[in-house]
Design a protein around this ligand. Sequence first.
Ligand code: TNX
Length: 548
Amino acid sequence: MTQRRTFPRLRLLGSLLLVVAAGITGIGAAPGGAAPGGAAPGGAAATPGVRPLGDIVPVPASARPGGSPYTLTARTRIHVDDDSREARRVGAYLADLLRPSTGYALPVVDHDGGTGGIRLRLSGREAALGDEGYRLESGRRGVTITARTPAGLFHGVQTLRQQLPASVEEDTRQPGPWRVAGGTITDTPRYAYRGAMLDVSRHFFTVEQVKRYIDQMALYKINKLHLHLSDDQGWRIAIDSWPRLATYGGSTQVGGGPGGYYTKAQYKDIVAYAASRHLEVVPEIDMPGHTNAALASYAELNCDGIAPPLYTGTAVGFSSLCVAKDITYDFVDDVVREIAALTPGRYLHIGGDEAHSTSHEDYVTFMDRAQATVVKYGKTVIGWHQLVGANPAEGALAQYWGLDRTSDAEKARVAAAARNGTGLILSPADRLYLDMKYTKDTPLGLSWAGYVEVQRSYDWDPAAYLPGVPASAVAGVEAPLWTETIASSAHIDQMAFPRLLGAAELGWSPAATHDWETYRQRLGGQGPRLEALGVDFYRSPQVDWRTE
Ligand code: TNX
């Protein structure tokens, strides 16, 4: 509330800075020799009232402003190559985004060979655009987005969306005008893995809440949703062969609320919704620690045969599956098989963190068997970085969640595994943990990894983060949101926004564009868009939030 009330005071300052930034410095850094958001190399000035080309998050690899802007009108049509169902789906998604605020009909039609309007074009010959890249060309007659894949078109659509005024995000009719700056953006991601994790165990989040987060992630070109589906406090996915996991193990949460779980139909709905936004769901079943909900549901999984009570506190490290019992591996096989069957994506995350109640020898035995099970069911293993203390399976990814104070020995073990072929997802807790407080005054969140303000979260380089790690071993970045203190969508908004945008930019934009000053200018430009979307983000004083 306080933050909302102080917001208008920043308006004048924000507008002044926008003018200065647009007129003199260029809002983005200068990728590929061009200047997103600034004057074009050839001297084409930004058109007043039109968001400068490339003034978006994540900043594109290359933006070359030039020529006249395109103006959407009541006559605009969205043309898609007629032989692609998926391109048509992206067209329909774009139309759904634009119709409420513009009030235009925006029919999605087969491409008729003309050049006007919005065109979504799939071309197998655009090898340089890769699996997710796109090119956006904007001029007086229209905007054409070209990609090699539907995912590329989808990301191009997010760029088009961000080039339009923030009011395009409103769900009621707005005045416009709806102009897109002229020029060409050519854009491909730095990393293939650009994730966000939501812990639905400590607090349960409904399908609708998860979909809301998916939509927010898609706007910033994030392509992985990691769901932390089990922990001490709750088991959140129905498993037919072990039904009490969900019905009993899912019946509470931190603080003792009612908890909940996803039926298989609901889970498939989440996966399908994510796929419609070109996101892949990465399911996590955390083992052998973080398993109290499972141990409470089935006495036979405990070494002493006695089920512990359900747990609603926030301690970690006290539970372990019984490594010596055969039934443990029946359990692992059943769970992994059923989850793999629900997962069209490539990855299955088996946790492996903070197994403080498992001996090292048991940990290695367990993790090696669990990994073999994941491989048997055709999936690629992801584990938290403690996995490198076992024997990472071929192609496995380790998710690094250490921080500056993590010992050199532990960092060296991770680096050695990376040199031996284990890929890394970087989630440094003192940079990307979205559950860390921004400052000592932030009401929500934890602080064991320190305070993580917006600049600290953004201002580091994934390729140079861990000494001794070859750049090629970094698969990407992920921003986890643990939910011990997070219980609603409003809480997600406060903690994920705006830090999630920094994670998205670290994952997408080329290293050469990385620059805090220009980032914070562009981030400030996202304020009105987040507001229009109803996202109650943290108004960090490090950012000059703009208004439109
Ligand atoms: C550490 S990071 C955990 C989680 C907690 C989180 C809180 C990791 C792999 N484990 O169990 O929720 O800290 O910030």
